[in-house]
Design a binder for this molecule. Sequence first.
Ligand SMILES: C[S@@+](CC[C@H](N)C(=O)[O-])C[C@H]1O[C@@H](n2cnc3c(N)ncnc32)[C@H](O)[C@@H]1O
Length: 324
Amino acid sequence: MREYLYSLPSAYFPPKDTHFTLFPRSGFCFLPLLTPKQRPPSQATVHAMEVGGSDSDGREFKNADEMWREQVGDPSKKTDWYHQGVGYWQGVEASVDGVLGGYGHVNEADVHGSEAFLKTLLSERYPNAGTDGHLVALDCGAGIGRVTKNLLIRYFNEVDLLEPVSHFLEAARENLSPENHMSPDIHKASNFLCMPLQEFTPDAERYDVIWVQWCIGHLTDDDFVSFFKRAKAGLKPGGFFVLKENIAKTGFVLDNEDRSITRSDLYFKELFRHCGLHLYKSKDQRGLPEELFAVKMYALTTDSPKKVCKTRSKGQANRPRIIK
Ligand SMILES: C[S@@+](CC[C@H](N)C(=O)[O-])C[C@H]1O[C@@H](n2cnc3c(N)ncnc32)[C@H](O)[C@@H]1O
């Protein structure tokens, strides 16, 4: 499986068919793309987590289980995993460019894509929000408050920010201070919570939307599932999650530098099932540079989608029937 791997090329001249790891943090990490011929048989017929993956040094794993056992197989390794993940971001400048791994220029496309998705969701699920609602959102792994400042604060009356890296959170507090944004009396950043997702439990039914963008890769599968299970209780009735993430073409890609994994669409869907969440809608983010991972937005609900009422087909409706 690994014969398509080549030694890492010059960082500045990636050969064709290489792939930046989502935010090529240091800018030195290129991962090979699988060509169609090299792809594993068919993910549809294989359990998503049984599909192999690779890491940023070109190592291949048989399946996710093998990778997780090696990375976080005992409690001290798991502590190291989270310590190194947060440690990585502690060394990053508190700026848009910093939280976007040197790709600050994708901010605009990202915000546009998110806004279109959010608007559709709000109009479908909160048609009266503009007139009689008081909407509250949670921005998870909020960094310097980029998503809140450019998007959430315009649609929600209150936004809470959760972020484990204190210098990012302090920058967010500054960026979102009442004098730095419009109409602070009706739209405000309320709580700044310095904490990682795996330790967080929200207040019951506080949020209409819980937004999780570009941070869930830091969580192990177990913590992913237990986070969403706890966070469900933090949603108001009718509320929903938005998860916006990088998508691996197949299986997963482990980033050895910042201790995160990029999961495939099928991998995510399997985790959603474990969380007891329903996929309400999803959308691909467009307009990002080609060398980056694909990015997808998922809207997830705790209630199952409404059953489609079966109407009789025209053929049946017009057919003579016995009057009972
Ligand atoms: C790529 S940045 C994205 C920041 C923000 N969501 C945005 O889109 O601008 C990743 C963020 O995840 C945060 N992070 C790392 N480990 C985390 C964890 N265990 N729980 C929550 N956030 C974490 C980092 O500190 C960093 O702010």
